[in-house]
Design a protein around this ligand. Structure first.
Ligand code: KG4
Ligand code: ZN
Length: 360
């Protein structure tokens, strides 16, 4: 089955053609960095306008690059939740128009669930379709940090999620605190990998929350990072007496590098800690996941990739880690998951609506 996928939930306009849920025939992603860089973050109204301009050229480019003609497409898939509502509207409208014009089924896909599928994509023909359930799932992106138990592609349980910042957001803010340019996450990763970086230069906290919690919190880590760089503000009432106040060491290149490495080690440990806890809890429930499905922009992080491999092999889980090009938002993951959803009997009417929040 040939699926044309469309993704416009945030600031990437993307289209892809995928055969049989695994073989990526084309994957076009038009980023909008130049539109948003000057504002230091995504401006929703500008994002939806840019999607309007790019959506048709991007879909045509994806079809051309795949060598597939319009009438060879078997289904049209679109990420219809969660995301920025104005951005989602553009992709959903385009997908509906295409599905109606071609007379093919329309399949709405949850963007976060699609990130979990990204590790199964391959450019090679005949990629295997392994027995992957029950699976432990991890999505770490700019907007989401969640752990899942997947019984199938249509039956997912969200076990935990962030109660404040997403992991990617925390990386981006830490990068800003260190004075690194946009995009923060990849720049912090690069700096943390510098030769000689000391990843224990400061004592940064990991929020464990309640003993059985599988949720995440990164606001304390972010604040601790801010205090390392700017110093701990003295309480106004004790400004002169507070002996704990220490001006911070100067932010030299060496200290910047060491703090980047320390932040990265701590943030990654916060993830593996909760994965270990999740696995323990699942085993207590008598559930034995056989795979670990991962996805989202932060799975591009070099340290997280290494630590996920260590965790998975130590826990006898087969790890699906997306290729770098499928970590960030893309439409191949949408088309790939849509193939499995269609096989499970799912498709949508042309009344499909964009939804800004996720179902689970
Ligand atoms: O999945 P994605 O493209 O968008 C969302 O759905 O949110 O993820 C983007 C996020 C950004 O916060 C970006 O800084 C982060 O992923 N990111 C990274 C790395 N590459 C991308 N964070 C840490 N290390 C990286 N190498
Ligand atoms: Zn995403």
């Amino acid at each position: 089955m040939i699926v044309l996928g469309i993704e416009t939930s945030c600031d990437e306009t993307a289209a892809a053609v995928v055969r049989d849920g695994a073989q990526v025939l084309s994957n076009i992603v038009a980023a909008q960095h130049e539109v948003h860089t000057q504002f230091g973050g995504v401006v929703p109204e500008l994002a939806s306008r840019a999607h309007c301009e790019k959506i048709l050229p991007v879909v045509e480019a994806a079809l051309r690059a795949s060598g597939i003609s319009h009438d060879q497409v078997d289904a049209v898939a679109v990420g219809h939740r969660p995301g920025l509502i104005g951005s989602l509207l553009v992709g959903v409208a385009a997908a509906k128009a295409l599905a109606w014009t071609l007379g093919k089924p329309l399949i709405g896909v949850d963007h976060v669930h699609a990130h979990l599928f990204a590790g199964l994509l391959s450019a090679a023909p005949g990629a295997d379709s392994p027995d992957i359930f029950p699976a432990l799932g991890l999505v770490v992106s700019g907007g989401h940090t969640s752990i899942y138990l997947l019984h199938s592609w249509t039956k997912l349980e969200r076990l935990g999620a962030t109660i404040d910042d997403a992991l990617g957001e925390a990386f981006d803010k830490a990068a800003t605190i260190l004075g690194l340019p946009y995009p923060g996450g990849p720049n912090l990763d690069r700096l943390a990998q510098s030769a000689g970086a000391d990843d224990r230069a400061a004592d940064l906290p990991i929020s464990r929350l309640a003993p059985d919690s599988l949720d995440f919190s990164f606001s304390g880590l972010k604040t601790a990072m801010l205090y390392e760089v700017k110093g701990v503000p003295a309480h106004p009432a004790h400004r002169r007496a507070d002996s704990r106040y220490q001006p911070p060491p100067p932010l030299t290149e060496t200290r910047r590098r060491d703090l980047a490495a320390t932040f990265q080690r701590t943030a990654v440990r916060a993830i593996t800690f909760k994965l270990e806890r999740a696995l323990l809890q699942l085993r207590e429930r008598g559930v034995r996941p056989v795979t670990l499905l991962t996805g989202g922009g932060v799975t591009a992080n070099s340290r997280l990739r290494r630590e996920l491999e260590v965790f998975a092999s130590g826990s006898s889980l087969r790890l699906f880690l997306p290729e770098l090009r499928y970590c960030v938002d893309n439409a191949a993951m949408i088309a790939g998951l849509a193939d499995r959803l269609h096989a499970a009997g799912l498709s949508h009417e042309l009344t499909l609506e964009p939804v800004p929040t996720t179902a689970c």
